[in-house]
Design a protein around this ligand. Sequence first.
Ligand SMILES: [Zn+2]
Length: 202
Amino acid sequence: MSDKNVKEIEDLIKIISKLPGLGPKSAKRIVLKLINNREDLIKPLTNTLAQVYKNVIRCNICGNLKSINGKCICSTKKYDQICVVENIADMWVIESTGIYKGHYHILGGTLPSFETKNSGNGLLIQSLVNRVKKENVKEVILATSASTEGETTSHYISDSLKGTKVKITRLAKGVPVGGEIEFLDDGTLYSAFKNRNLLPNE
Ligand SMILES: [Zn+2]
């Protein structure tokens, strides 16, 4: 197959090579696979993508993904622990280890390291405080990364939770400095969870 003259193919390769872990070479292989399986792959993929685009949104309370027509897990199940993560990938990693069974709160990023007092920079922080107050939460586990931004965010959140009486813990320092949760092995994550540190809340 030559992709030199077909604009549609070139466009598709460009889009697919933007996906994580894929360069132009693997993007071309994927496109070739798609082209050779129009009915089995292109058709269902097109439909599924359209459905996801139309129906899947972020919950504005917990930051998790939810169906536009359904209720989010944060409003249907009760837990007394909330684990705060930066993004959905981090939540999936923690979930896959089976270490933790409670609720999650997905911030949608971190605060810049120079941030001090502001409104939280568009992250779902005020919404976390509201959840803690409303849902009778016993513990907030801060599982932001060990980067400067992750630490700044963790401090900002524990400051914001002052006065709520909730127990605030932070993943243990087993997480390497600059360590992204997403790339930790199960053993490191397990011990970081198990040996989490209590932060002052008064
Ligand atoms: Zn939710």
